[in-house]
Design a protein around this ligand. Structure first.
Ligand SMILES: Nc1ncnc2c1ncn2[C@@H]1O[C@H](COP(=O)(O)OP(=O)(O)O)[C@@H](O)[C@H]1O
Ligand SMILES: Cc1ncsc1CCOP(=O)(O)O
Ligand SMILES: [Mg+2]
Length: 267
């Protein structure tokens, strides 16, 4: 697994994929900086009047529903329908799933459009599986990722999407495999936008390979490892956020080989 991630990272830094983000107002800057630090090229465009043209020129699309308006909801549907039409991969971050009927209706429509990858925290993934039992506290998880694993597997079977569940252990689920990532640090939950940044990095890797499961593993693993390393030298959440960009920028094969803690299981 480490070799695949290293190869994808090297490819990403050469190709510098253009990653189209229709994302939330809270993390727009964080995720753009995380993409730049890793070596990708972010563009944050969310008007329904121009998203088709940006989907055409970008290598991947990131849909993050954290702060919704009627306009951005419409833009997300226009962009994802067009992405499907032209075969552009896209990743969904269901931030705050369950907190409103408006959000849940949009999520139902986006699930029907079959995201390539879905990445959320444990509560969000559980809620996507059963909107009748919302499980989120705003945008934070109230559940451990291991307790959401079964729901994630059922959601994977239901949607056919690759499902990523974040938490103390990160899970990446396809029909054939389950990957577990043991990196990270609890302090990461005290910084807004780190899960969203993982989703953005998944988008960047989707832009350089059609091995989408490997792309999801790379995005989740790299964010988790970078966050772990950033926390080691951080005085608190403020410096963790800034250290993260430097850890993404400096990430190399040696660090990935020596520090990544990852396991893969075949179903
Ligand atoms: N309890 C934890 N222990 C260690 N790392 C964690 C923990 N919770 C989250 N993380 C790390 O933070 C990342 C973001 O996870 P999370 O906060 O669950 O996402 P979100 O920001 O979408 O709610 C995870 O991928 C993982 O690397
Ligand atoms: C606080 C908040 N409110 C709406 S979106 C958002 C950011 C969520 O970011 P993440 O899911 O990465 O913690
Ligand atoms: Mg989140």
């Amino acid at each position: 697994m480490e070799d695949s991630i290293i190869n994808l990272l090297e490819q990403l830094r050469v190709e510098k994929p253009l990653v189209h983000n229709i994302t939330n107002l809270v993390v727009m800057n964080n995720t753009a900086n995380a993409l730049l630090a890793l070596g990708a090229s972010p563009v944050m465009v969310h008007s329904p009047l121009e998203v088709r043209e940006v989907v055409d020129i970008a290598q991947a699309l990131v849909i993050n529903i954290g702060t919704l308006s009627e306009d951005t909801a419409e833009a997300m549907l226009v962009a994802t329908e067009h992405a499907n039409t032209i075969g552009r991969p896209w990743v969904l971050d269901p931030v705050g799933a369950g907190i409103s009927a408006f959000r849940n209706d949009l999520l139902s429509n986006l699930l029907d459009l079959k995201p390539t990858v879905i990445r959320g925290n444990a509560s969000e993934i559980m809620t996507l599986y059963n909107f009748n039992q919302p499980n989120t506290k705003g945008v934070d998880s109230t559940t451990a990722s291991k307790d959401a694993l079964r729901f994630g597997q059922l959601l994977q079977e239901q949607t056919g999407s690759i499902i990523c569940i974040s938490g103390e252990v990160d899970y990446i689920l396809s029909q054939q495999y389950r990957v577990e990532v043991f990196n990270g640090n609890p302090l990461m939950t005290q910084v807004t936008g780190l899960g969203c940044s993982a989703t953005a990095l998944i988008g960047a890797f989707l832009g350089v390979t059609d091995h989408y499961f490997e792309a999801a593993v790379a995005g989740v693993s790299i964010l988790s490892l970078a966050g772990e390393l950033a926390a080691q030298t951080a005085a608190g959440p403020g410096t963790l956020q800034l250290n993260l960009y430097d850890e993404l920028y400096q990430l190399n094969a040696e660090r990935l080989k020596s520090k990544l803690k990852i396991k893969r299981y075949a179903h």
